[in-house]
Design a binder for this molecule. Sequence first.
Ligand SMILES: Cc1cc2nc3c(=O)[nH]c(=O)nc-3n(C[C@H](O)[C@H](O)[C@H](O)COP(=O)(O)O)c2cc1C
Length: 218
Amino acid sequence: MSGAEHVAIDAATLDANTAYRLLTGVVVPRPIAWITSVAEGGELNLAPFSAFTMVANDPPMVGVNIGLRAGRQKDTARNIAHSGEYVVNIPSWDFRHAVHESGRAWEPDVDEIALLGLRTVDSDVVAAPRLLDVPVSMECRLARVVSFGRAGAEFTVGEVVRFHIRADLLQDGKIDTLELDPAARLAGPNYGRLGKVDTLPPLTMTVSSSADRREGRS
Ligand SMILES: Cc1cc2nc3c(=O)[nH]c(=O)nc-3n(C[C@H](O)[C@H](O)[C@H](O)COP(=O)(O)O)c2cc1C
């Protein structure tokens, strides 16, 4: 069987930046956790993180991988470590420019939220406010920080203690993905939007094993 030609790369030969470029090109599209957090001095901070995934559902937990900047914790990581609380906001496609701009290395005393013309509202449970105009926000309490590899990135897992979901997105406890219209991060400064959604038959039936089929059981 001959397939398309593939390039084999020994991962042990890669430096950290090359491996980063490969991984961020392969693990796509990535959802964006647009995190609001509060510094020890009370300054509000906003930054996007696309190394973002769900981690558990009982209780609901989400994780983001926060890298170091020039060998030091980013403001978000420092704020979360200090306060133990933050909000993961989910940006819809319309927010992609603001998301991108909020990824600049702003000085800690710059209020990027006001600068980007975004509005916040007090959270119900945690001290960090949530973004008012995004479709979904999740108030989180820090659960655990785990570091993998040699670059010092911190996989930061939080328990979601309160969901805020735009009412029109919620039907029978499910989110309408097309209406959510999430902005996704691709490699580098590239962003993607959902294309066509193909709905396949639900996987509710037990598929018979090959032994069952040989012996005539269905
Ligand atoms: C769309 C987007 C996704 C990003 N994802 C991550 C990420 O997953 N992890 C990370 O460490 N930095 C990520 N960054 C970079 C941070 O947002 C950036 O370093 C930011 O300045 C951190 O801000 P802070 O110091 O206020 O926490 C991303 C940037 C953009 C624009």
